[in-house]
Ligand binder design. Sequence first.
Ligand code: ADP
Ligand code: MG
Length: 766
Amino acid sequence: MNSQADSVEGAQSFEENPTSSGRRLTQLDRLSVTELTGIGPARAKALGAMSIVSVLDLLMHYPRRYADRSHPTLINDAVVGEESMIEAKVTSIRSRPARNRRSIVDVEIADESGVLTVTFFNQPYRKDQLHEQDDVVVFGKVELFRSKLQMTNPIVDLVGDQTGAIIPIYPQSAKAGVSSRDLTRYVTEALSRAKVFADPLPEIVRKQLKLVNRSAAFLHIHRPESMNEVFPARRRLAFDELWRMQLVLVLRKRAQAREARGIAHRTVANDPSTDLVGAFTSRLSFALTGAQRRALDEITADLASELPMHRLLQGDVGSGKTIVALITLLYGVQGGHQGALMVPTEVLAGQHFGVAKRLLAGIMVPDSRCLTGEREVRIELLTSQTSTTRRSELHQGLRDGTVDVVVGTHALLTDEVRFHSLGIVVIDEQHRFGVDQRAILREKGSGTGNDRRDPDLLVMTATPIPRTAAMTVYGDLDYSELDELPPGRTPIRTRWVSEPSDEQRVWSRVREEVTKGAQVFVVCPRVRAQDDLDESDQSGLIYLDDRGDEQPKLFGLDETATPTRPARSAIEEAERLATTELVGLRVGLLHGQMPSNEKESVMVSFRDGFLDVLVATTVIEVGVDVPRATVMIIEDADRFGIAQLHQLRGRVGRGAGESVCYLLGYDVSEEAGKRLAAVAGTTNGFELAEIDLELRGEGTVLGARQKGRNDLRLASLRRDRELVLLARSVASQMIDADPTLANSHAILNELLLFIGEDEALYLERS
Ligand code: ADP
Ligand code: MG
């Protein structure tokens, strides 16, 4: 940065000159709110409690909504049954107690034409918020009650002496004593003193994308003269948020490509003895689906290149990701390297290991150390349960290269795990691992110093997330999709059982199916009755959260629900079913608090058909593959999220027989009802992912990926898909033209404002 720019960037007051092109966000961030009239230390502290410290914070504190006074309705002109905006004066306020210790506040308002009673149920604070003679704008449905006009629980805005047709309504804080009107005043002053904003987007790009400039955007989001100005302002500011995000992602992606040296894997075998992939696929009992072949083509192109692969593979439950993962690992092995498959749970590790071991049996790799010049592919399992002696054997094998593929849990991340030549890493259920954990495994690559090679990386998600969301959250990865299920699958019929009286029929059906040779899963939200929490570590609900240890929001008790009874527990339910509804059937129990060896033996008994019914917690959610299991019963299904229900349901329907899934959910909240209806309505994971995003919003999708200042305030991954794509393409073009943004200091500095420290360090390095 040159010294002139330095001094300008360092401006500490409005009066120091901004850059000739206008104020930059970085400058506004250095201006304290105390620069504004009427903000002394006490006010500054109050604002600070709302995370508003700088003028930029203030300007990015956007209105929550607007009171539009441009088309007010007179009270007597209001149409009964329709929503209206009415501007009037408060004439009286009365509060009265109601049944169940609830409260009712009646507020009478009047304009020149008539009188309207506004009734607030359960909002006792309205009594103190409103005063006689206050000017208010109310918005709500007008009703006729005992031949008088009334509104119930309308939106109320105190407009006071504010002028203008559109009044911005800011998120305010009663606790800090900062009202929307205070904020209006501060913002107005900040805008008029800041005047012109520098615009990092070239005019030609703005024109092309039909985006207004930054000055207009900030002015119109805060001070629109008509509602027509709000939308373009919001669109521009939302674009900026997404554009900054994409710039960071694209920068990171390009930096990885620049810095990393990988292995050019041998994807085409020149002689049959090294054609492990050919040997493997020819022995499969099925042909790969078109989608699997397409994904593998994309993967092999990456593998063959010197640049290490960074690819995300998305596919619905049962779309056959595991086979793709194994083939990917074999490409590494056939060139003399090793592969690692990391999964989040022991159950899943055991499962993948079992499948892989079976499929790889008899496949030979050349090895000059053997008498015959070749040996069988060696695949091993490493988890925290692996015994000490076994583990040191494995560590040895990994170091000397005699172990070709290792399947494991977090145990793979320990220091003792070193590889002879780690060529390919696959991470299943990517969301359960942190970015750092991904990095640790990658650093175990091969060679040292100048010979260091990064392994190729393939990450997979358990259930798909919408594409635009993936582009945002995993925007530094390339993308492949399995959009096709293997043939011959009979779709799982799903029924939401919403009446307790129908439950009996479900259990009779279970008995019937078992007689016909089927096996049954029964999933409960809790391990035991007295547990508050579910097996949070087993949850797949916040499926993009990097913080594996944190209690996901919707897991366990659905916050929106008002459960009339505690969730059923696996332990009690197993006992109840075995002695009542399912008496005579062989009922097993599986949950995360059981010792590993017990878990393992229960899984094996179930898989081998020694149990008819397995009552479990979500520990069976991921990957468990038992083809004879064709009935899935999810109890208290309203307590689970969409992704999780879909994952759980995916445990059946894996064989040729028709499978059914019953979602038991009685007396559920509206939100939960939507989830259950969605899951009952489709078995397409990509469709469900869209609905899930719609219902839950993006906060959960972004999760901990969003470090630093929260920069998705206006943009929505649901509504702004078009902007995500535009932002991606603009960001890519900018970085094509200026790969490290070395010639775009203003932009780089702006990015640094919005990203976390780790990320910032990373960018500064590049
Ligand atoms: P997921 O994508 O959920 O991890 P899996 O890899 O576990 O799915 O595959 C689900 C099941 O489908 C497995 O039993 C697997 O053997 C089988 N499968 C995978 N690919 C194919 C295919 N091309 N044709 C038939 N069955 C397949
Ligand atoms: Mg899988």
